[in-house]
Design a protein around this ligand. Structure first.
Ligand code: PEP
Ligand code: MN
Length: 337
């Protein structure tokens, strides 16, 4: 159930609607927009007539949300969500770039990565300390030691950190070092993890699973939102199709589709989306043109020696070139970088 309050509705009027929803068995999620306050009631919507709410003072309109996801729906926040972390705004007019190596490998590697990422104008450094590798014999990440190194390098370069959390027991550790918790493609339907992330207040970057529909992806976001953590961003990172020329098939159409269906910021990861560094810059350009709020890109000081995802990691000079091109392109659609 979605109750949209009139512009300038008084606080006691809003409270009365909340009390009414609660008394009928709804859990209430409040979104205070610039124009309207929207109250999302999750509960027995079929048993309640929206007209009952429309007669309450201060209410503009009330309707049932027909999509299976409710809080992730754009109706809940028509103006869109902006995730604010320090001075960085994700989902606002500015295109944000998050970049760094696939994995944190050593102090020297992450220091060099942070310096090059910051120098080119990105604001967030990425790097996995716990890696979900297809083979148990591949490099699994440096764990807490890696997180510590990355955070130190990030602080020195005034960058924020995004890193992957693989299960719910790791949340406190990750949250101690990382400003954004990444849920990887392989974990998009790890519902215990999603639920637990809903009880945290650290922003979450939720990647699309390799075979997930957009609806399943938004339902996974709903798990987090329904716990009260509204700082969720969605990341398209390529899906599995019959095509073998690229590592994954980057579903660019997901970007405008998600923009329409949901208020959550949308990220594009052309590195995992293509798996090949020569395809990353064109797909980064296309992602920004399609409306992505953020580019998430793998770059490594020495990609040929990377311990994971070297083939899709940009060389430093390529990353600088990508930034140059994005800075030239984004203003054409009214967005600074
Ligand atoms: C990653 O970001 O390095 C990663 C493992 O991503 P994904 O979950 O999209 O494969
Ligand atoms: Mn990777």
């Amino acid at each position: 159930m979605l109750v949209v309050m009139q512009e300038g509705a008084a606080e006691p009027q809003i409270q009365r609607v909340i009390d009414r929803l609660v008394s009928l068995g709804f859990t209430v999620h409040r979104s205070t927009g610039v124009m309207h306050t929207v109250l999302g009631g999750v509960g027995p919507a079929d048993a309640v007539d929206p007209a009952e709410f429309e007669v309450l003072e201060g209410v503009k309109e009330c309707h049932r949300i027909v999509s299976p996801y409710k809080l992730a729906s754009r109706h809940f926040r028509p103006g869109g969500t902006v995730v604010r972390i320090g001075a960085v705004e994700i989902g606002g007019p500015r295109v944000v770039v998050m970049a760094g190596p696939c994995s944190v490998e050593s102090r020297e590697q992450i220091e060099r990565s942070a310096a090059l990422v910051a120098e080119s104008g990105a604001t967030v450094i990425r790097g996995g300390a716990f890696k979900p590798r297809s083979s148990p014999y591949s490099f699994q990440g440096l764990g807490e030691e890696g997180l510590k190194m990355m955070r130190e390098a990030a602080d020195r370069n005034r960058l924020l950190v995004v890193s992957e959390v693989m299960d719910h027991t790791q949340i406190p550790l990750l949250a101690a070092y990382s400003h954004i918790l990444q849920v990887g493609a392989r974990n998009m339907q790890n519902f215990n993890l999603l639920r637990e992330l809903g009880y945290q207040r650290t922003p979450v970057l939720l990647k699309r699973a390799i075979s997930a529909t957009i609806e399943e992806w938004l339902l996974s976001a709903e798990y987090i939102l329904s716990g009260g953590n509204y700082d969720v961003m969605l990341c398209e990172r390529g899906i599995r199709t019959f095509e073998t020329a690229t590592r994954n098939t980057m579903d660019l159409s997901a970007i405008p589709v998600v923009k329409q269906l949901s208020h959550l910021p949308i990220l594009a990861d052309p590195s995992h989306g293509t798996g090949r560094r020569d395809k990353v810059i064109p797909m980064a350009r296309a992602s920004v043109a399609a409306g992505a709020d953020v580019l998430l890109v793998e770059v490594h000081p020495d990609p040929d020696r990377a311990l994971s995802d070297g083939a899709q990691s940009l060389f430093p000079a390529q990353f600088a070139e990508m930034m140059r091109q994005i800075r030239a392109l984004a203003p054409a659609i009214g967005r600074p970088v």
